[in-house]
Design a protein around this ligand. Structure first.
Ligand code: BEZ
Length: 212
């Protein structure tokens, strides 16, 4: 199933390091990140899982739950987690789905046959509380992901869901933002009474809104 932005991410259940994993039940009303990795006991994946474990407090602050996935077994995930703790200095603190029969990988299109017939690619799905897909990234096996960038995109999604703004290139939380072009100046004055900078009629920047 090819998922596109704003499609509903389907529910599933599968084995995991925390027992039977029910996707929608686990998500509840939170945001979610599901990320797949090619294989247990591989070097790049080891660093990625350690990095995510370190960043779990940052995801939690944003009300985001995180789950990993590969086509390995629970026994393999459990054995590998010792290596992650030893080499990355942090224990796994989020579930890993053991997609041994590739049920979820097939459902979510996480195996790209021209890359590998058997292993999942490095895909990230960001899912909102309405279970809609809000962002997707796919990296090749040889390139570890930048999880700070994933936090940055979540900051942008959550901000732009609350306010009529968009975030510019390389935006970081606290930087100026862009007033949506769909707001004319009269409407913008109601929302941004302290004013803004007009670089072009379609490019108006304003301080990042702070309140809900
Ligand atoms: C890795 O995680 O290191 C890896 C996995 C599959 C292919 C290449 C690298």
């Amino acid at each position: 199933m090819t998922l596109r932005i704003f499609d509903t991410v389907p529910d599933f259940e599968q084995d995991s390091t925390l027992g039977r994993f029910h996707f929608y039940d686990w998500l509840g009303s939170s945001w979610g990140v599901l990320f797949s990795h090619p294989k247990d006991f591989t070097p790049v994946c080891t660093t990625e899982l350690g990095e995510v474990a370190k960043l779990i407090p940052e995801f939690s602050k944003r009300d985001v739950k995180v789950v990993g996935l590969s086509v390995d077994s629970v026994e393999s995930h459990d054995a590998w987690s010792d290596d992650i703790a030893e080499t990355q200095g942090v224990a796994l603190n989020f579930p890993l789905i053991a997609d041994h029969d590739r049920k979820v990988a097939t459902l979510l299109d996480l195996i790209h046959p021209n890359a590998s017939d058997t292993n999942t690619v490095r895909t990230v799905l960001v899912v909102d509380p309405a279970k809609k897909l809000r962002l997707t990234l796919t990296y090749p096996a040889s390139t570890g992901r930048n999880f700070s960038e994933i936090l940055r995109t979540i900051d942008s999604l959550q901000l732009t869901d609350r306010h009529k703004v968009a975030t510019p290139a390389n935006w970081q939380d606290g930087d100026d933002v862009i007033i949506l072009p769909s707001l004319d100046d009269d409407a913008a004055r109601q929302l941004f009474p302290d004013g803004w900078t007009t670089l072009k009629p379609y490019l108006r920047t304003v301080s990042q809104p702070t309140s809900d």
